[in-house]
Write a protein that binds this ligand. Structure first.
Ligand code: FAD
Ligand code: NA7
Length: 650
């Protein structure tokens, strides 16, 4: 027996979904004998119009699955008849969308709505070409009588042959792509992931897992930790530790340890894909036609695959300057974390978070580091915080060359590292300067990997300037069967957890009947500069711009971490700031912290901000003493007041 929907229940009065089309009604009544026209049932029911809007919403949700898919099976994972019906369509090589009601958010309610719509009392309930076929036995009968086949041929004589190799192909096995693929197999989908790393101009490449694992968050944070440990060693003497050995840092030891860890993650991802029965190909994916992709492996061997749906998750790669010597002699963050030799005296070009984080940890392990800044630090971030980060870095030995851009890089000496001459020109005048460095690290932005993946062949639009892919709030591109997630998306945050969340939720919407969309608002982030910076919500300048000065109250304070007092480390450098919307009950709309463990601190407050945190609630929260985060429970000085925020102790 199929699982019960709601036996013997009287037809309910659901409001007719607005999308009900009259032609559907004619078509259904003409083409099916036993299948009830769903629009008919809706039309009859609509007269009894005491229906709640919630029911109508659920019916609309069901209707949208029916509208969007050629074959829809409303099913239940534990129901053997549902499984048999799915096998039937598989044997006909016809792709189908199945909504597993027992795995679906609101499953029970959807079952009831399904009953109202179809009068079928048990799952499976099948629709083909938007027409109701019915339950298990009606579907089998329609198949025996050739009616299913006839309906499926409505799209053209070749329709039956048009079965896809996969339900879903994900292009790009990074943060977003892997999350989406692993989620999709949970719903019985046949999934393939293509991942291929095009080597850098210097030949660096890496394994499965994308930017974050190989050349992003993970090695960056581990190397930041190496730098913090250097500081901790210095502090430890003041806490009584005595050591006589010469303290020096080995780049090779650090890099090898970091790369070994990354290797274990790469392996873990491969095993996870295998265990989850996701087909993985280490090949470059490129659309060659509708629903069709060409996969080219490192040996140049090409294969074609088809899929019903695609997710583009190809991420971004570092940009170059297009000046003489950049690709020949400079490195990017894609090379840095596995550089087999210590980079030595380094020029970092760029002033966004990748540039400042790399400059920070290189200086932290004892290297001579200069940052060349074209305009401002950390564009897009709160500028007061950005400048405080810059000041702290400068006070801790990092040099800044401001308002200059490189125009040429020449090799003076070969070697590991060799020696390079950098010629740069002022952005404000005609002045030219030169400098010698062992390594030049370019961190001047990243370009979306979208221009060489055949998007023109399938009609997916990109932003011509940025290369980013515009998508609706369901990550769907202008081509309905192609979706995009992660760093390739236009106007979205470029962060690993964002890509993962978007990937998971997208797959749940595609295959599990979920409706939840990725919320890109109030996403917390942290910049791992020597003085860490955590932020969530509006920067001060954006808040002022949006709400106006009179409607914004900024509370702030310096603080001195207890751990920094004994070693006599900088007082009045760590800084806390919240931005409140006066018009909205002083809701906290911006959170900013400069200090140790800023990421750990920010994560918790981000949850509170998601819940609508107000200043009053912060004030009534009792702090944990003695920790840095407690400062946020005692903020009392407003910026407007100009009050004293200097701290002399804890
Ligand atoms: P990616 O992870 O970049 O994955 C894309 C994958 O697709 C790659 O493996 C790529 O090689 C592959 N690919 C590309 N084209 C094709 C093709 N045609 N066929 C097959 N495969 C293809 N985020 C944070 O949240 N926290 C941090 O601390 C942080 N630090 C960072 C530090 C650095 C130095 C950098 C560069 C980034 C950092 N990020 C951080 C950002 C984070 O890494 C990205 O937001 C995240 O990796 C994006 O995931 P994605 O799935 O969109 O793309
Ligand atoms: P961003 O955020 O795009 O920043 C690029 C930085 O490089 C920024 O400071 C730019 O200065 C600077 N830049 C850009 N072009 C040049 C040239 N020609 N010369 C000198 N400086 C230049 O890039 P990131 O790499 O830091 O980070 C990108 C994403 O990667 C990030 O969101 C993470 O998800 C990972 P500007 O302010 O424009 O003057």
């Amino acid at each position: 027996m199929g699982s019960s929907v709601r036996k013997g229940r009287a037809v309910q009065q659901a409001e007719p979904p607005r999308r009900a089309a009259k032609e559907d009604f004619h078509q259904v009544t003409q083409n099916t004998n036993n299948g009830r026209a769903i629009t008919a049932s809706r039309t009859e029911d609509s007269t009894k119009s005491s229906t709640k809007s919630k029911d109508a919403e659920l019916i609309l949700q069901i209707q949208s699955y029916i509208d969007k898919n050629t074959v829809v099976i409303f099913s239940n994972t534990t129901c053997s008849l549902s499984t048999e019906v799915k096998e039937l369509f598989k044997s006909m090589k016809v792709p189908y969308f199945s909504l597993e009601l027992d795995q679906t958010e609101n499953g029970q309610k959807l079952q009831e709505a399904l009953y109202q719509l179809t009068l079928e009392t048990s799952v499976p309930v099948v629709f083909v070409q938007q027409q109701q076929i019915g339950d298990y036995s009606k579907t089998l009968k329609a198949h025996e009588e050739g009616k299913l086949q006839k309906l499926l041929e409505m799209n053209g004589p070749n329709h039956l042959q048009e079965s896809y190799d996969y339900d879903l192909i994900v292009i790009g096995g990074g943060s977003g792509g892997l999350a989406a693929a692993k989620e999709a197999v949970k719903y019985d989908k046949k999934v393939m992931v293509l991942d291929y790393v095009t080597p850098t101009p210097l030949g660096t490449s890496w394994g499965l897992g994308g930017t974050c694992v190989n050349v992003g968050c993970i090695p960056k944070k581990l190397m930041h930790q190496a730098a913090l440990l250097g500081q901790a060693l210095k502090d430890s003497r003041k806490f009584g530790w005595q050591f006589t050995e010469e303290v020096k840092h080995s780049w090779e030891t650090m890099t090898e340890a970091v790369q070994n860890y990354i290797g274990s993650l790469n392996w873990g991802y491969r095993v996870a894909l295998r265990d989850n029965k996701v087909t993985y190909e280490n090949a470059y994916g490129e659309f060659v036609g509708p629903h069709t992709i060409k996969a080219t492996n490192a040996k140049g061997k090409e294969k074609l695959y088809t899929a019903e749906k695609f997710i583009i998750a190809t991420g971004e790669r570092p940009r170059y300057l297009n000046i003489p010597g950049d690709k020949e002699y400079c490195i990017s963050s894609d090379d840095l974390f596995s550089l087999p030799y210590c980079p030595g005296k380094t020029l970092v070009v760029g002033a966004s978070y990748v540039a400042l984080e790399c400059a920070g940890f290189l200086a932290g392990i004892g290297l001579d580091v200069t940052v060349m800044v074209r305009s401002i630090l950390l564009r897009g971030f709160d500028q007061e915080m950005a400048n405080k980060i810059g000041e702290y870095m400068e006070e801790h030995g990092i040099k800044f060359i401001k308002q200059f851009v490189p125009t040429k890089v020449e090799q003076i000496e070969e070697g590991t590292p060799g020696k390079l001459k950098v010629i740069a020109k002022s952005t404000t005048g005609s002045q030219t300067i030169e400098g010698e460095y062992n390594t030049v690290l370019l961190a001047v932005g990243r370009d979306a990997c979208t221009r060489k993946i055949g998007l023109d062949k399938v009609g997916v639009k990109i932003n011509k300037i940025s290369g980013k892919i515009p998508a609706n709030d369901e990550e769907q591109t202008n081509v309905p069967y192609i979706y995009a997630i992660g760093d390739v998306l236009e106007d979205k945050l470029e962060l690993t957890p964002v890509a993962i969340q978007a990937g998971r939720l997208l797959t749940q919407r595609l295959y599990a009947g979920a409706t939840l969309k990725c919320d890109y608002v109030n996403v917390p982030t942290t910049v791992f500069t020597p003085m860490e910076y955590g932020a969530c919500g509006f920067s001060e300048e954006r808040a002022l711009e949006k709400f106006g000065e009179d409607n914004i109250e900024v509370y702030h304070s310096f603080f001195w971490p207890l751990e920094w007092t004994v070693p006599g480390r900088d007082n009045n450098k760590c800084y806390a700031k919240i931005i409140c919307n006066i018009q909205d009950n002083k809701r906290v709309i911006g959170f900013h912290v400069l200090g140790p463990n800023a990421g750990e601190v920010t994560q918790g407050f981000a949850a509170a901000i998601k819940c609508g945190l107000t200043k009053e609630q912060l004030d009534s929260t009792i702090g944990i003493h003695p920790v840095c985060a407690e400062i946020f429970t005692t903020l009392s000085v407003t910026k407007r007041s100009g009050g004293n925020i200097i701290q002399s102790g804890c």
